[in-house]
Design a protein around this ligand. Sequence first.
Ligand code: NAD
Length: 477
Amino acid sequence: MKKMLINGEWCDAQVGGTIPVIDPSTGQRFDDVARGAKPEVDAAVRAARAAYEGPWQKMTATERGRLLIKLAEKIAANEEELCQLEARDTGKPLSTARNDIKVLARYFEFYGTAADKVHGETIPFLNGHQVTLIREPLGVTAHVIPWNYPAQMLGRTVAPALAMGNACVLKPAEDTSLSALYVGQLALEVGIPPGVLNVVTGLGEEAGAALAEHPGIDFISFTGSNEVGTLVQQAAAKNAVKCVLELGGKSPQIVFDDVDVERAVPIIVKAIIQNAGQTCTAGSRLLVQSTIYDSFVARVAEAFSKVRVGAPVMDLDCGPVMNPAQLQRVNRYIQEAKASGVAVLAEGTIDAECNDGGYFVKPTLFGGVPRDHALACEEVFGPVLAAMPFEDEADAIRLANGTDYGLLAAVWTENAGRLTRVAKSVNAGQVFMNCYGAGGGVELPFGGTKRSGHGREKGLLALEEVSTTKTLVHYHG
Ligand code: NAD
């Protein structure tokens, strides 16, 4: 049984008991985590406040940064164990889990090295005055993360907050808390003071809600579904607390008739297969110019039919989905699309060795999807790709922008002018041109427009989100 980390100590839940930890590739329980709730959240917020006002704030930015770099090195030194843990907890192939742990370490390295490079400004003002704008931490920051990339999400949201000098309370998803607890242990080992990073495990509606509405937090970062994101923003609003929301997506791959087919096809397939499609930035819509629609989609179908699904140790193209609810949700989208007459162009294969109790889904490519169909508009969060044709540039932009989401997009064309025009017209936080980077790029500011959320994570911009400014006006005569 794994306990929670509050104020540098490992704690049980006062009343909640435990939550089973299930291996998605077998459906079998292999561990338990503490089911924290309001009392644990209260204790964690208190601990974070004390650490923030105490040892953490007394350190120089360089000292803080060095501790984060040490944590990055410690994560790298424990890569194999973390990788095995993450793969078992999430069901993802071992090589995907390994990449996630490398990215986790990279977040702490990137923000560790940035900690003492956050500079202020001077502002010209009245004669006899000196005005300085300084950047300060917010205080206690809360972080609620989902189950799809537990390790990466932790690094993405916690590393910049710590680099800026905030103290954090992290609530991992109830399905996947193990890597967060492991990193909490490593943080203590490298000398990050107790209370600076607290990990409260528990259910969303208990621990997550208690954290979001806690009057003692100064900021909340939430990554997850739109429904819960709205609740978190409402809770933050009640306390007038700033919040960053990273929500869903329905990202388009916009393919023009002069595309470099050999380059595009494998990247497009990987962008939806990666992590069994449970990626907010999955390229889940394939928009292809009508002049090459049939031939291009046939090439994608050929590649798609070779996709293989298996348990983490098989290290195939994708693993199972996360839990029974997710399995049901993805299969419902597939069944309903089939029932409504949408053509299946290709399906992947679930390896015969897969355990019957695992949550495996057959990756499916649908073609000629009507523009108003659920598959064209809603986030499936599974390995399901919806192909549809467009006529010209204007039609492509209209179609690409025709959902509630605006997280990522990709444009594929060898025409440089069109590439830039379309990229600038697409409503999304990131646009890839002749490439795709689902989840990649610690250095690259990331976040949504429209219903995909607001605020930016990653890159140096993330440091602005987890800090505030103070304007110092000095009359010196
Ligand atoms: P979810 O919203 O159900 O859960 C996310 C987190 O919120 C979990 O830790 C959960 O315990 C917690 N939570 C649940 N109810 C809560 C409540 N009432 N108050 C506070 N916290 C609560 O989402 P999920 O199913 O874990 O993740 C899937 C969704 O996340 C998808 O929509 C996906 O697109 C999105 N996502 C977005 C990004 C991004 O960066 N934009 C990244 C990953 C996932």
